[in-house]
Design a protein around this ligand. Structure first.
Ligand code: ADP
Ligand code: ZN
Length: 213
């Protein structure tokens, strides 16, 4: 399957993407994970992205489109892909449309995962992320077996640098201003699936139902 996952930070895009990859071998492409990897590795890209990320601001559309143009050409994308955290602005969505046309690719649809703000805030402050493999934990509902250590890969599990209260508030307002308009964009394109759900399983069920049609 080839899907775009839309939703506020903390809506569960990453969790849903990971569940979907197990169904048909599609790959999860998270621009946030790619950028965090570049920051950790200290590459040129990482240096350009670091300050914006720490503040919870967006990285420039040009930088993101450069990353995605390369990423979508890789072999593993042939099995399908789940775009998690991209596109994030109207210019990115327009550029993606042009890029996919050029590549002769067609997306199935864009999923908007709608979760109440209180739930989002609670999740973001209790979320912890593995620095090795990106696995997501939650200190209340899904802690690692050993505190601070990833069950899957043994690397440290930490609170992200952009998960301070200030950065979280900024990420949410950036989402409302720049990313939420994509819901209307994909609705106009006739390719939107809206799901009101706080459980990832319910989101998966809605996606499967729509794919089955
Ligand atoms: P979130 O949990 O907020 O969805 P991500 O892991 O997707 O976070 O992204 C983390 C940060 O990486 C964002 O706050 C932003 O600085 C940067 N980023 C990720 N994807 C994009 C994108 N498509 N466009 C611009 N910036 C991005
Ligand atoms: Zn891990």
């Amino acid at each position: 399957m080839k899907l775009i996952l839309l939703g506020a930070p903390g809506a569960g895009k990453g969790t849903v993407a990971k569940l979907l990859t197990k169904m048909d071998g599609s790959v999860q492409i998270s621009t946030g994970d790619i950028l965090r990897g570049a920051v950790a590795a200290g590459t040129e890209l990482g240096k350009k992205a670091q300050a914006a990320m720490k503040a919870g601001d967006l990285v420039s559309d040009d930088l993101i489109m450069g990353i995605m143009e390369e990423r979508l050409k890789e072999d593993d994308c042939k099995a399908g892909y789940l775009l998690d955290g991209f596109p994030r602005t109207i210019p990115q969505a327009e550029a993606l449309k042009v890029l996919l046309e050029k590549m002769g690719e067609k997306l199935d649809f864009a999923v908007s995962i709608e979760v109440p703000t209180e739930v989002i805030l609670d999740r973001l402050t209790t979320r912890r992320t593995c620095t090795g493999c990106g696995e997501i934990y939650n200190v209340k509902s899904n802690p690692p077996k050993v505190e601070g250590v990833c069950d899957k890969c043994g690397e440290p599990v930490v609170q992200r640098e952009d998960e301070t209260e200030e950065a979280i508030n900024n990420r949410l307002s950036v989402y409302n201003e720049q990313t939420a308009p994509l819901i209307g964009f994909y609705e106009n394109e006739g390719m939107l699936l809206k799901v009101d759900a706080t459980s990832s399983d319910a989101v998966i069920d809605a996606i499967q139902a729509k794919l089955g049609k």
